[in-house]
Design a protein around this ligand. Structure first.
Ligand code: PLP
Length: 407
């Protein structure tokens, strides 16, 4: 395991670049990727980084260079991936309720496509017939993941074509003689239990015989990382073992063995990221002492949006006595990062770091309250690089069209 960034390094970066600041430690990304590769060595699985977790172009390039493919959630992510240098053959566009025009665009860009609705499947078949291979995103109707907000495979989820509608899928495929190359499921995020993936495989293997051109089983992402001290992550070796024995139980009858695809997002980049803030105000009240940092859900929304837990530390006072605080933002809305959190005594001006901030951190940030989006810094081979400037005032006005008649 590589050493995490030391508090002194983080403080130095905060001094140099200011706060709030996202910092990514690239060697940690590489380490996570290699852990996956090593665990799945025997099964020869292919990993598509779910880029929606973090799309800074430098991170994309880095991930391309360490050998991963990329999974995209929008046509713009596809274009960013191409811009970062991924070959079209290494780019997967997994759709979710998108306009057919985007699927056509993806076809034109020659990337791999997963389709998630009967209507788009029908349109694709009509237009491309047997000419372009495509994958089908299915909803396996299983409940998995950290909590309901990040579960995507259950029987009330909008994602994928419900597997119980397989006869309708087959009718469309047959009608247009479609070339179905992959079956895809993504059941949720923060899935600790390897058996969830096995269950998904079992469900898919009940229908694989309908697809003679099938080459890939895409099991999506959702590997869990530990966010609290002592918390378990998905046991990657156990997962690899279980997945490969599930595949061994179901030899593909139609010819060559099926290849396994995964789409890890959080697993690759979460722990590589740190979010650094500074304490604006310390407010003692009868019941609670509030630590107000120079940020809020405009910069890190995961705790408010889906009750995510981030480890929080006061790196400016590591020897200070432990006290209980509520860590909040400065946004005019309730924006509590954490209630009842034990931190080394906090003083105004101290630097507060949020760990596991690489995935869905900067990426979900906004300009709410007309505040600037944070800067991003990458630490690679001991050197630091600014990879996104902090917003400036002009950014707030950039796309606005001031009307002369209301001057
Ligand atoms: C978001 C997403 C992922 C990645 O999920 P993680 O929990 O970050 O691993 C993978 N596949 C698809 C289709 C997704 O939408």
């Amino acid at each position: 395991m590589i050493n995490p960034l030391a508090p002194e390094t983080l403080i130095q970066l905060a001094d140099q670049y200011g706060t709030p600041l996202y910092i990514y430690h690239t060697e940690k990304i590489k380490e996570q990727y290699q852990r996956l590769k090593t665990a799945f060595e025997k099964t020869d699985a292919v990993f598509f980084y779910a880029s929606k977790a973090l799309t800074n172009i430098n991170i994309l390039r880095y991930i391309k260079n360490i050998g991963a493919n990329v999974d995209c959630s929008s046509i713009n992510e596809v274009k960013l991936a191409l811009h970062a240098g991924f070959p079209a053959s290494g780019i997967l566009y997994t759709s979710n309720g998108i306009a057919f025009s985007e699927i056509e665009e993806a076809r034109q860009l020659a990337v791999i496509i997963n389709i998630d609705s009967l209507s788009n499947l029908e349109k694709f078949g009509e237009k491309f017939g047997h000419d372009y291979p495509v994958g089908i995103r299915l909803r396996p109707n299983i409940l998995a993941g950290g909590n309901l907000k990040i579960s995507t495979g259950h029987d009330k989820s909008k994602f994928g074509i419900p597997v119980d509608q397989i006869s309708m899928v087959l009718a469309v495929v047959k009608k247009h003689n479609m070339l179905i190359r992959a079956l895809h499921i993504h059941t949720g995020s923060e899935i600790e239990d390897a058996d969830v993936f096995v269950k998904g495989i079992e469900i898919l293997f009940e229908i694989t015989h309908h697809f003679p051109d099938l080459e890939f089983i895409d099991l999506g992402g959702g590997f869990k990382v530990a966010s609290k001290p002592g918390e378990k992550e998905t046991d990657i070796s156990l997962l690899a073992e279980k997945v490969s024995s599930a595949f061994a139980r179901h030899p593909y009858k139609n010819g060559k063995p099926l290849k396994i695809w995964f789409e890890p997002g959080k697993f690759l980049v979460s722990e590589a990221g740190f979010f650094l803030t500074r304490v604006n105000v310390l407010k003692k009240t009868r019941a609670v002492t509030f630590v107000s940092v120079d940020s809020g859900f405009n910069h890190l929304i995961r705790p408010m949006f889906y009750d995510a837990y981030h480890q929080i530390e006061n790196i400016s006072n590591p020897g200070g006595p432990l006290k209980n605080y509520a860590v909040v933002g400065n946004i005019c809305e309730t924006d509590t990062f954490a209630w009842d959190r034990s931190l080394n005594e906090v003083r105004e001006g101290d630097y507060i770091v949020f760990r596991n901030a690489g995935a869905y951190g900067f990426e979900m940030s906004s300009n709410f309250n007309s505040r600037f989006k944070p800067a991003e810094v990458m630490v690679m081979e001991g050197k630091t690089h600014l990879i996104r400037k902090r917003d400036v005032f002009d950014d707030l006005l950039r796309n606005q069209m001031p009307l002369p008649l209301i001057l």
